[in-house]
Design a protein around this ligand. Structure first.
Ligand SMILES: [Fe+2]
Length: 492
């Protein structure tokens, strides 16, 4: 392996000396976008205590860990690295008896080392491809395959290990307190560990105390491989493999008590992820002639699979699903097609409108009813009370995107009405719900944690809201602003 690495190093050097210089290397590391959420944050912080304005509930103790892109490149002629491809930074907010301690650190990845040491932003990204040449792209892909991937999407905990997640494996382990990177995480099993897609949204099953997730195999044949992993184990247990010639790009999925639900959008794999030389998402294309396929896998008998078809739509995030008699109810934040994927790369002032898609699948009658409920704009990054995952629920929390602010939104699925928290020029991050263990037990008896970017003050602050009414309880300002993040989890 070392010899291969040396050979690839040599090949890269040769490419530079023959004039095929990676474009990032000849520019200063300055990002020129004017969007406040797309400014590079390069500062890392050893643990410090932050001032608290307001009162944090006495019961709220634990750590909010957040992941997201933080360094968007250096090329002033191409200030367009896709939002999803910024280099990963972890943020930790440890809350202890009304005090908050903060740490942030880059994930130490192959991509970070190249950027820091050589000023080169070239890696196997989601949508960014800084080389124009197919061969160069393939070399960079192979060259970086030994380093930990830029796992900037989400995180989760298995067998006491904290793992940063991306969609192109493997996960990257880090220390929960210092946020220092341990390295690529070796699952103790025989399932593929590299060169496959793996969803960054594993679904926790409350009864089984395990996560469900899936892999997409690209070679030698394309397939979905569904597995589960007990929360105290690092061994993934395969359940079923479904061969699919053109797998869809599915960022997330749902579970219920008895089922796993995939929504296979018409956003289909049409090129070879491993051999095309294109960035990951450029191998997918929207097929105007195809509907969205709903695939339902019986957890208790995984070969028992049913499929249904609906009008085409695209989604990043399922909200929740549950069973009601012979019906499966599936709620999704959906878009009419895949245009949002490119639009999010630049984060324009106005995003494509999204809608709440309420699907009712009658398993007895083999029928699907669908309702599209408008958000009157664009919303995404939904979260629920995690105790209701896969169970009947009423509320979800999300971000509503507007031109001069991003709002925290609470949505009542019974009334289909929203409640908002907002402040002008403040850009909210994903709202994470934490249940009050001393409370009434109501679904919304708890708090919302959201990291807000205040563009006026050029700082970010952790906002703590009462989840019942979205009234502010406390805010905890940082000394700098944090770019728009992706996902986070709260651990006690
Ligand atoms: Fe996501």
């Amino acid at each position: 392996m070392k010899k291969i690495s040396n050979l690839l190093n040599l090949l890269c050097i040769l490419l530079v000396f023959t004039g095929c210089e990676p474009p990032g290397s000849k520019y200063n590391l300055i990002y020129r976008s004017s969007d406040p959420g797309r400014q590079n944050l390069l500062t890392e912080t050893n643990t410090i205590e932050l001032p608290v304005e307001g009162n944090i509930p006495i019961w709220l103790n634990g750590t909010l860990l957040r992941n997201g892109p933080s360094w968007f490149g250096s090329n002033p002629l191409d200030a367009s690295m896709h939002w999803f491809d910024g280099l990963a930074m972890l943020h930790g907010f440890k809350i202890e008896n009304n005090r908050v301690f903060y740490t942030n650190r880059f994930l130490e990845t192959g991509a970070l080392s190249l950027a820091k040491n050589q000023g080169i932003f070239a890696f196997r990204g989601f949508a960014t491809n800084l080389y124009d040449d197919l061969l160069q792209n393939m070399v960079s892909l192979l060259f970086l395959s030994e380093g930990a991937p830029n796992a900037n999407i989400n995180l989760y905990r298995v067998a006491g290990n904290y793992l940063a997640l991306t969609e192109l494996t493997p996960p990257v382990q880090f220390d929960k307190e210092s946020l220092r990177t341990v390295g690529s995480f070796p699952y103790q099993d025989d399932l593929p560990k590299a060169n496959v897609f793996e969803s960054a949204h594993p679904q926790y099953d409350i009864d089984e105390r395990c996560f469900y997730n899936y892999i997409v195999n690209f070679f030698p044949r394309t397939s979905y491989l569904i597995y589960k992993i007990p929360e105290n184990s690092s061994r993934r247990i395969p359940l079923v493999e479904i061969t699919e010639e053109k797998p869809s790009y599915m960022h997330s999925f749902s579970i219920t008590k008895n089922y796993i639900i995939f929504t296979e959008y018409p956003f289909k794999l049409v090129d070879s992820i491993l051999f095309s030389g294109k960035p990951f998402i450029k191998n997918y294309a929207w097929d105007k002639c195809t509907k969205t396929k709903i695939t339902i896998i019986n957890k208790n008998c995984p070969c028992d699979i049913k499929t249904y078809y609906t009008d085409p739509f695209f989604s990043f995030h399922h909200i929740n699903a549950y069973e009601l008699g012979s019906n499966l109810i599936l709620n999704i934040i959906a878009f009419k097609d895949n245009q949002i994927v490119d639009r999010l790369g630049f984060f324009p002032e106005c995003l494509e409108p999204s809608f709440l898609l309420d699907l009712r699948i009658d398993l007895a009658e083999n029928r699907v009813n669908q309702r599209r409920i408008s958000f009157e704009g664009s919303a995404d990054l939904p979260r629920i009370n995690p105790a209701y995952n896969g169970r009947p629920y009423r509320y979800f929390y999300a971000v509503k995107f507007e031109k001069d602010r991003h709002l925290v939104m609470k949505w009542d699925t019974q009334k289909n009405t929203p409640l908002f928290w907002s402040q002008k020029n403040c850009f909210a991050g994903e709202p994470v719900f934490i249940q009050n263990p001393l409370g009434s037990g109501r679904e919304d008896d708890g708090v919302i944690l959201s990291l807000i970017l205040d563009a006026n003050e050029k700082i970010s602050f952790l906002l703590i809201l009462d989840a019942k009414n979205l009234k502010e309880l406390a805010r905890v300002p940082l000394l700098f602003s944090v770019p728009y993040g992706l996902h986070g989890q709260f651990y006690k």
